[in-house]
Ligand binder design. Structure first.
Ligand code: GTQ
Length: 345
């Protein structure tokens, strides 16, 4: 859109002289800075769970959770290798905790979400409360809250970690510290926060003190039941079926200020229209089989597979069975700044 002016010897000489003073001319770069529509360097990509699960278990034998602090294999966007990023703003990893292990308590300004993929019997502890992780559960660790994970059960437990690490890095706003104790003191009975804040009521004298949801566990059975009823009663959105966003009951906004989290149901036989959105999105398949076309590529998926759709590429889903997809992105950040856009593709 903004074409570069012609190059002359005189101009090149000028650029070389100002270069010595850490300056450069805008007119040489404007066309790549201010572009008519998003053109993400990120690519669409997929990780089949079956192909990577053995590596997670191998990591489980290679290093302890304690030594690693967090035993995680990071899923890197193939176009952003070395940056610990699955999109420009979002991080994605798969964490494994073996029976008997504890991942020690720490806190950081990065917010985290956990989406439970495999196994039962591990817990994550947040704000003095432990929550037992079950498949399909969505759990958050808000910014600057102490959190530790433990597995008193019998089997390895694996979940997906979504964090805003690249965004916080860009903002140079990372702080982190260790508690010093392996586990934080448990002060609340299990389920307390969900009962107190997650039943369409809030304690009468309670005022929020943070921008994060006071509910930190969104159990799968509740989300699944809602999606199922809504899919039956209709109408379906032509591009995304029934898609719900998880919310902070105190604000009606996103659960985590920097990350939007969603769960959608695509009924058996669904063939969605294409749609573009500006938030690059990470999907985790909970149930069902189908395929998603992202730009020029089509990815066949089944339970536990993960795929990523970059900003503004057309995305269209098809489902062979009733399919449920969990997803997350930086949508609340874009919305807060008035930047988020979507369009049919
Ligand atoms: O569980 O606290 O995947 O601090 C990356 C950084 C998980 C965690 C990650 C973390 C954690």
């Amino acid at each position: 859109m903004f074409d570069k002016p012609t190059s002359t010897n005189e101009r090149q000489g000028f650029y070389a002289r100002i270069d010595q003073h850490d300056m450069t001319p805008l007119w040489e770069v404007l066309g790549s800075l201010v572009i008519p529509q998003p053109n993400s360097p990120c690519v669409a990509a997929q990780w089949h769970y079956d192909a990577i699960r053995d590596y997670l278990l191998e990591a489980g034998r290679l290093i302890t959770a304690k030594e690693a602090e967090r035993r995680v294999l990071i899923l890197e966007n193939p176009a952003l290798r070395g940056q610990s990023a699955i999109t420009h703003t979002m991080y994605c990893g798969l964490q494994v905790i073996m029976p008997g292990e504890v991942a020690p308590s720490h806190r950081h300004t990065q917010s985290a979400l956990r989406f439970v993929i495999e196994g039962e019997g591990a817990y994550t502890a947040v704000n003095g409360e432990r929550v037992t992780m079950r498949r399909g559960d969505f759990i958050i660790t808000p910014s600057w809250t102490w959190h530790d994970h433990g597995n008193p059960g019998e089997e390895p437990v694996i979940w997906m970690d979504g964090l805003d690490i690249p965004l916080i890095r860009m903002l140079d706003a990372s702080f982190a510290e260790r508690l010093g104790e392996e586990t934080q003191p448990v002060t609340q009975p299990e389920g307390d926060a969900l009962t107190r804040y997650g039943n369409n009521m809030l304690p009468v004298d309670w005022e929020p003190t943070t921008k994060t949801s006071p509910v930190f566990h969104y159990p799968y059975d509740r989300s699944r039941e809602a999606l199922d009823k809504l899919a039956r009663s209709g109408p379906l959105h032509p591009a995304h079926g029934v898609k719900m966003q998880f919310i902070n009951p105190a604000s009606g906004g996103s659960v985590i200020p920097t990350m939007g989290t969603f769960m959608q149901l695509l009924p058996k036989g669904f063939k969605g229209n294409g749609e573009r959105v500006t938030d690059g999105t990470i999907y985790n398949v909970v149930e069902g089989r189908g395929r998603t076309t992202i730009g020029e590529r089509t990815f066949d998926w089944g339970p536990r597979d993960i795929f990523v759709a970059p900003s503004w590429l057309p995305v269209s889903h098809e489902a062979d069975d009733d399919a449920v997809l969990f997803s997350y992105s930086d949508r609340p950040v874009q919305k807060a700044l008035g930047l988020w856009r979507s369009a049919p593709a």
